[in-house]
Design a protein around this ligand. Sequence first.
Ligand code: NAP
Length: 311
Amino acid sequence: MTVVIDCVAIGEELMQEIVKETEDIKKKGITPGIATLLVGEDFGARMYRKQVEKFCEEAGFNYFNENPPADVTEEEVIEIVKKLNNNSAVSGILPLRPFPEQISDSAVISTIDVNKDIDCFHPFNMGKLAMGEATFPPATPSAVIEILERYAREYEKMEPKDFFEGAEIVVVGHSNIVGKPLAYLVLNRNATTTVAHVFTSMKGNLEKHTKGADILIVAAGKADLIGPDQVKEGAIVIDVGINRVKVLDEKGEPVLNDKGKPKTKTVGDVSFDAVKDMAKAITTVPGGVGSVTNRMLMKNALKACKINHGL
Ligand code: NAP
């Protein structure tokens, strides 16, 4: 029977570990803290900011909110980052993108203190990640690794090392935030690693690669990109994608809400119902990778706190 991996339970377990570790650090008179940097009012970034604030509160972290207006200059944003670098109460800095046009992502990111770069944006930390020496493996890719490691121990009765070594892993998506760092994380665990992306699909080659995967990890942001034809029988399928789609009735017509607007729901990149029975294990959306991602960010913040205080 297919294992539907309970990522919510993994997230809760991690949170308990984080709360416990935070209490131990606080006994030394130090409180971990995360600062978010949101420039302007982007909706998605605002939602993410709120989530980080909530998790900080739950874990007993300090939380710092930097939110300059959208017309701020790049120099002013860089000054904010420098101020956060010099604030010993801030363990980790999280820039929330997109930034307005006049602010260069790379100018901001390369100003962040490498020991406060808790989502691994800085080129120095990306370099370390590529070399297999990551200090702060980025949150979403490390959530995927955490899920697979726990799955390996619990269901395959295998040490993660043996589970990854030589496994045929296909990552769909090659963004700097998810696909690329994830590919490094599995490659550094000696998996045979294939990265597919939009050009793979455009050449009609996506299925050729995904069908060969023992472990298929999809992070493309395209609902229903992966159906049963793209999955090998008995594969482990990890769906990172988050998409808002219209709810349809049996005739394929949009279902309307009380206000007469189409109802929407959150789905992943994998057609869950169609793929579920052929997979050995699968994650859901919602209730999947996203339930673990923020916890991995907080684990990195704890690590940063310890590094910055010499603990
Ligand atoms: P992104 O920057 O838009 O990257 C998407 C990647 O998928 C790109 O590499 C793109 O290739 C590739 N792609 C797009 N269409 C494709 C297709 N038809 N076939 C194959 N590859 C295709 O997005 P992201 O930031 O990496 O995020 C990916 C998804 O994960 C999104 O749905 C996002 O919401 C979700 N996400 C989830 C979490 C979580 O915690 N669960 C965290 C972060 C992101 P090209 O670059 O060549 O176009």
